[in-house]
Design a protein around this ligand. Structure first.
Ligand SMILES: N[C@@H](CCC(=O)N[C@@H](CS)C(=O)NCC(=O)O)C(=O)O
Length: 212
């Protein structure tokens, strides 16, 4: 392992604060107790060097010595290789954690993201688009409700899968979209009560507030 450097924006508007995806990485680093530092790139003026690390001009990315990784899921898998606090060492549980990490990103966030874009845009709840995406999201939340009613964490012990899944569900809770899903709500409450989450959240808020 080299020096771990997490890069995020220097500033973002108020609304996304507390939800910028560098939080997933901060949270994982705190859970694992790995030393790291945070660097910033301009939010308003994204330069070629930024696109060289994150081809979509987004954040976060992580440098581990000479290795540079973008995509929060890929970063968390990388950190999982460094700590059993993030990925279990037993083969079955490790595989479960990886599949749930992908499920969080590619089955649940895939439904929650277009829904939240419509929500932010103020889409009418009567529109065809809203009804379609809201129904898609309900299907995913209903399945997660059954899964989470029967377990504390997704892969036995807490893992990177829980960081991503609870972060995805946390955004739904912000919009009061978990009112019919108590097991999902309880899961978000359990995850966000962890000291590592609280530290990551406070650090992200302080980071962006510094630039106001
Ligand atoms: N799939 C990417 C998504 C990254 C992403 O959406 N980053 C947001 C912040 S949370 C961003 O940089 N938004 C600014 C933009 O898209 O211009 C990941 O999980 O890392």
């Amino acid at each position: 392992m080299g020096d771990l450097v997490l890069t995020t924006f220097d500033w973002v508007p108020e609304i996304p604060r507390g939800y910028v995806r560098d939080l997933r990485v901060r949270w994982a680093l705190e859970e694992a107790g790995l030393p790291y530092r945070v660097e910033s790139v301009p939010f308003r003026d994204r330069k070629a060097g930024h696109f060289a690390h994150q081809p979509f001009g987004q954040v976060p990315w992580l440098s581990d010595g000479e290795i540079s990784i973008f995509e929060s899921g890929a970063i968390l898998l990388h950190l999982g290789e460094l700590s059993p606090a993030l990925l279990p060492t037993e083969a079955r549980a490790r595989s479960d954690a990886k599949e749930w990490l992908f499920a969080a990103l590619n089955s649940v966030e895939m439904a929650s993201l277009p829904w939240s874009i419509l929500k932010f845009a103020g889409e009418s709840t009567e529109s065809k688009a809203w009804k379609g995406f809201d129904g898609f999201l309900s299907g995913r939340l209903d399945r997660m409700e059954s899964v989470l009613a029967g377990r504390e964490w997704l892969a036995g012990a807490f893992s990177v899968a829980d960081i991503v899944m609870s972060d995805v569900l946390r955004l739904m809770q912000r919009f009061d979209r978990l009112s019919a899903h108590p097991a999902c709500r309880d899961y978000v409450a359990r995850a966000t009560a962890r000291p590592a989450f609280l530290k990551a959240y406070a650090d992200q808020m302080a980071h962006f507030a510094k630039a106001d």
